[in-house]
Design a protein around this ligand. Structure first.
Ligand SMILES: Cc1cc2nc3c(=O)[nH]c(=O)nc-3n(C[C@H](O)[C@H](O)[C@H](O)COP(=O)(O)OP(=O)(O)OC[C@H]3O[C@@H](n4cnc5c(N)ncnc54)[C@H](O)[C@@H]3O)c2cc1C
Length: 425
């Protein structure tokens, strides 16, 4: 067998490859599918991962969902065929709540209400969300157990070649990295690595088979620099998060739910008994501990987000702290904008009927258009998130003061980010 035969046997080819089957990767595949463009999603895990238990989706995120679903109307397909739309607006058990957080300072004994957006927010179980996206995709779109360890360009065709952990190689014409904060595709684009906030968060879900007694509201309780956030998903499940300063011990506990729960219970000593009980009764499977990371706003402003026919979306492009609750919604917006740009340019290629070089040129143009549309949106959001993180995190008084000044100058209306409309597909 000569070298070429071996190469042919080992290399698989696909037109559009999306790396990462998280919210952004699945939404991108679905947005392309809605426009009649086929893609494959390579996911390193053996099943879909729902790390983080639940996710709040704000008004701009719902507009992106509506864009994903709205094409069905224009194609006159049955409304009922769109699982996402059903999930969100009819069958959903998740509760909508006004974008107002009740902030409680337990040590000071004070309470105040703060607005964090326009319109309504809903908190969904991440597993429901990604399973719904998966169900709406054509069969065999997601290839599980495919961990990408490197990307290079074919020196002759300039097509991206993906190297997998198991030794296989996959050749793509178009590569979209939706592989989260530790993105291999972002490394290929030579983006600066994300930075760490000195904060970590434990997230979990608690089920109350006979119903819980919590109001349908988002509550944040603070004491001794520990923050506990709580929001009901429906009448029987509650999502919670405990934010704390990062310590070296966190890393050891990362993989062990029992340790996570024990250390969290120690942390929240002194919080109301129903909070302690909620955490004690949490679903062990849902627990996760995450260090908060972010791509610096100035890196987003200057970063080169396309090389050849390769780009990134979601956290791979703009991982940000959870302070505005926008990471997932902005990833959904990326999916809509990227699919729209690609579809427009790819349909020109199909009309001309001349492939290959023309396709690469048009894909590059589509990706440039996508990056142009997204750049200032994500720069602004990540800047606002960063400043909010400095205000709520463990920084000096001087830094906090500077953050307030910058917030007043650049983000006078602090909820503007939720009014953004990414447009239709
Ligand atoms: C504490 C906390 C709370 C948050 N709360 C909210 C919230 O309320 N609302 C909100 O909108 N956002 C929130 N976020 C942000 C949100 O979780 C993320 O922005 C969102 O999950 C990003 O989705 P993604 O698909 O881009 O990346 P991910 O969810 O990270 O998905 C990446 C996928 O790629 C796969 N993958 C990774 N590397 C490879 C590889 N080499 N090969 C193949 N596959 C790979 C992974 O297995 C994963 O499935 C929060 C974040 C944190 C840390």
């Amino acid at each position: 067998m000569d070298r070429r035969e071996v190469k042919e046997e080992e290399e698989e080819e696909h037109e559009i490859v999306i790396v990462g089957g998280g919210i952004c990767g699945l939404a991108t595949a679905l947005a392309l599918h809605r426009k009649g463009v086929r893609s494959v999603v390579l996911e390193k895990s053996e099943t879909l991962r729902a790390t983080g238990a639940a996710i709040a989706i704000l008004a701009n995120g719902w507009l992106a969902f509506i864009a994903l679903a709205s094409l069905l109307f224009s194609h006159n397909l049955l409304f009922l065929s769109c699982g996402i739309y059903i999930y969100i607006y009819s069958h959903t058990r998740c509760l909508n709540f006004p974008c107002v957080a009740r902030e409680v300072w337990l040590d000071k004994g004070s309470t105040k209400e703060t607005s964090f957006g326009h319109g309504e927010a809903r908190c969904l179980k991440r597993s429901d969300l990604i399973n719904t996206l998966e169900d709406a995709l054509p069969p065999h779109t997601i290839h599980f157990g495919c961990q990408i360890v490197g990307v290079k360009l074919d020196p002759l065709t300039f097509n991206p070649i993906l190297q997998l952990l198991d030794g296989r190689c996959i050749v793509a014409k178009v590569l979209i990295g939706c592989d989260g904060a530790n993105s291999v595709v972002a490394d290929f684009l030579e983006l600066k690595p994300p930075k760490a906030f000195p904060l970590s968060a434990v997230r979990g879900l608690t089920e109350y088979p006979s119903g819980h007694a919590f109001a349908h509201e988002f509550v944040r309780m603070r004491m001794n620099n520990i923050m506990v956030g709580r929001v009901p998903i429906d009448d029987k499940s509650v999502n919670w998060m405990v934010g704390q300063q990062s310590t070296p011990k966190d890393t050891r506990a990362l993989q062990n739910p029992d340790l996570i729960i024990q250390s969290t219970l120690t942390l929240i000593d002194g919080f109301p008994p129903e909070i302690q009980q909620m955490i004690e009764d949490s679903d062990v499977e849902s627990l996760s501990l995450t260090h908060v990371r972010y791509r610096a706003p100035w890196d987003l402003l200057l970063g080169k987000f396309r090389k050849g026919t390769v780009t990134v979306a979601g956290d791979a492009m703009h991982v940000m702290g959870p302070f505005l609750g926008q990471g997932g919604s902005v990833g959904l917006e990326d999916a809509i904008v990227l699919a729209r740009c690609l579809y427009q340019k790819l349909s020109e290629v199909h009309q001309i009927q001349s492939r290959s070089q023309m396709m690469m040129h048009n894909v590059a143009e589509a990706m440039d258009q996508y990056v142009k549309e997204r750049r200032m949106r994500v720069v602004r959001l990540s800047m606002q998130t960063y400043l909010t993180g400095l205000l709520v995190g463990p920084s000096s008084m001087l830094v906090k003061l500077a953050s307030i000044v910058l917030m007043v100058i650049f983000f006078r209306n602090q909820n503007d980010h939720t009014t953004y409309d990414c447009g239709l597909l």
